[in-house]
Structures are given as structure tokens and as C-alpha cells.
Design a protein around this ligand. Structure first.
Ligand code: ZN
Length: 305
């Protein structure tokens, strides 16, 4: 295959232990979460969204966040991300020894209310406090702007609305990276390219995209985001994931499909797509669901002989 000029680096953050498992009904044992994390590290993933520090009554699957963080392999060169929604979560994340904190910032009041019982304005206030907590602990803080391309409650989200909320976040918090999330998988590539390009013009920070595969636009959206300067992509093995407050949100773009596509284009993601496919099969079986990736059905191309 002829190689075009690849961007200097593209990397994948595997979110399967958190976004992937969070809403699965079948409880996953802490030891199995740790096996998943160890396998992710061994197949080449360097950043892993391992846990979220949220109310265990609302998200029982994440109730063992501290136990998971206590068991992750620390000498393997991987960075472990803990997701937080508020200061309480941020304090727990520091105590649990996360390497990075990721704050979820909704860009619509309707989603803010449903997902974390807050408003966009209050979430920005809270971000400022979380930023202080992270800075005091010397932990890099990233933000993921939720429902940045469309909201299950508000409907269309104009690019200006998402950019205005993210702009406030950039002013009020010390961030290491900013992500826009297609939380319900409703974005199309032209929209993704336009909004990320506008964000690229606003900040020099590293940009990440969190794309769901609900309507089969995630890989096309990846291409559009890369053309607009995005260098980091979230994904989950087996295409696991969903959101209870985002009706119809099928899984994340799968790590195996993403790593395979990027690898075929000449980018070095460090991740082996065939092994990611097998790991996706394993964890999907644990939660009694079928893997949703293309590679799970068709295998890698070309096949190894
Ligand atoms: Zn997600």
C-alpha cells in the first residue's frame, strides 16, 4: 500500500475499563478488570481510562475504582486516567493515585442535568475547583466536552455552543488536553472537521476525540478530526460502551478497527489490532454481549501467514 505522509503521531486512549464497562449490567469482577488492563498494556496501549470516581449507587460497575487503581501494573509505561464529575471525585482520584484526571464537561444544560444533576455554569465552577485539586497534586487534568456534536435532550448542538463552553473551560482551568465527545454517536464528518478546526484555531493544546459508533460514522469522523489537527482518539476493545443517560448510544469506536485503520495508513499507534480483537472478544463474553467491531467479524487484512 502506498504511504501518504502520515502525521507525526497519533495515539489511542483505550477507555474500555471505564466507558466500555460502566453501563454493562453484568458485574465485572475487580480481578477481571485488572486482567483487561494488564492485557491492554501488553498489546501496546499507553493511556488507559481505567476507572471513574462517581456515586457507586448510580454506577455500581465503578464501585471498585479504588481497588482497581490499587492493582494496576505500575512499571509498564502506561498512564492511568480516572474520570471525575466533581470535586468529591477529584479527591478520590488523587487518593487512588491516578496518573491523569479527566473531567466530563457537558455543553448543554439538559445533558448536565440528566448525566450529573448540574448545569453547564455549575459544571464550569466545579471544573475550576477540580483544576486546583489536580494542580496541587501535580496530576495532569484533561477535559472531555460531552454531547459536543448533538444531545439526546436538546437535539442539535451548534458548534458555537460547544466552543463557547470549551472556551470558558480553557480560561478557567489548567488543562493538559481537551476532547470533544460525540457521546451519542450522531456527528457526521463535515461537522466534526468544522468544529475541531475552530477549536484548533482557539488553542494550542493537544486535542482528543471521543467518538461513538452508534450510526457508523465514527471512523469517518476520525478521519475528519485528524485532518483538523486531532492526534488522540478514545476507543474501546470490542466496541464496548454506552451511556444510560444518552439513549441509543451504542458503543465506542472499537480499538481494533481504529488501530487497524490507522496502521494501514502508516501511523504507528503501537497497538496490535489482532490482539485487540481477541481481547474485545474476551471482555464482551464476560459481560454477555457480542463484540461490535468490524475486525471481530472479518479479521485483520492482510491475514498473517
Ligand atoms: Zn463515551
Amino acid at each position: 500500500m502506498e504511504q501518504t505522509q502520515p502525521a507525526p503521531s497519533v495515539s489511542i486512549v483505550d477507555v474500555s475499563p471505564r466507558d466500555g464497562l460502566q453501563n454493562e449490567k453484568v458485574p465485572v469482577h475487580t480481578q477481571d478488570k485488572l486482567k483487561l488492563i494488564n492485557e491492554l498494556v501488553s498489546l501496546g496501549v499507553r493511556r488507559i481510562e481505567a476507572v471513574s470516581f462517581v456515586n457507586p449507587k448510580k454506577v455500581p460497575q465503578m464501585a471498585d475504582a479504588e481497588a482497581v487503581m490499587a492493582g494496576v501494573p505500575r512499571d509498564a509505561g502506561a498512564s492511568y486516567i480516572g474520570l471525575v464529575l466533581n470535586t468529591r471525585g477529584a479527591v478520590r482520584a488523587v487518593d487512588a493515585g491516578v496518573d491523569e484526571m479527566n473531567y466530563v464537561l457537558p455543553v448543554t444544560d439538559a445533558f448536565a442535568k440528566a448525566n450529573q444533576n448540574t448545569t453547564v455554569a455549575a459544571a464550569l465552577d466545579s471544573l475550576e475547583e477540580v483544576s486546583s485539586i489536580a494542580a496541587a497534586a501535580s496530576i495532569p487534568l484533561t477535559v472531555t466536552a460531552a454531547v459536543a456534536f448533538g444531545c439526546p435532550y436538546q437535539g442539535d448542538v451548534p458548534g458555537e455552543q460547544a466552543l463557547s463552553v470549551v472556551g470558558s473551560a480553557l480560561q478557567r482551568a489548567a488543562l493538559a488536553e481537551v476532547a470533544l465527545a460525540d457521546t451519542i454517536g450522531c456527528a457526521v464528518p463535515w461537522q466534526v472537521g468544522e468544529v475541531f478546526a475552530a477549536l484548533r484555531a482557539e488553542t494550542d493544546l493537544q486535542l482528543r476525540a471521543h467518538l461513538h459508533e452508534t450510526r457508523h460514522t465514527a471512523l469517518a469522523n476520525t478521519y475528519a478530526a485528524m485532518a483538523a489537527g486531532v492526534t488522540v482518539f478514545d476507543s474501546a476493545v470490542g466496541g464496548l460502551g454506552g451511556c444510560p443517560f444518552a439513549p441509543g448510544a451504542a458503543g465506542n469506536v472499537s480499538t481494533e478497527d481504529l488501530a487497524w485503520m490507522l496502521g494501514r495508513a502508516g501511523f504507528d499507534t503501537s497497538i496490535d489490532p489482532a490482539r485487540a480483537t481477541e481481547l474485545g472478544r474476551w471482555i464482551c463474553a464476560k459481560v454477555e454481549t457480542a463484540p461490535r467491531s468490524g475486525l471481530a467479524g472479518a479479521g485483520v487484512f492482510p491475514q498473517r501467514v
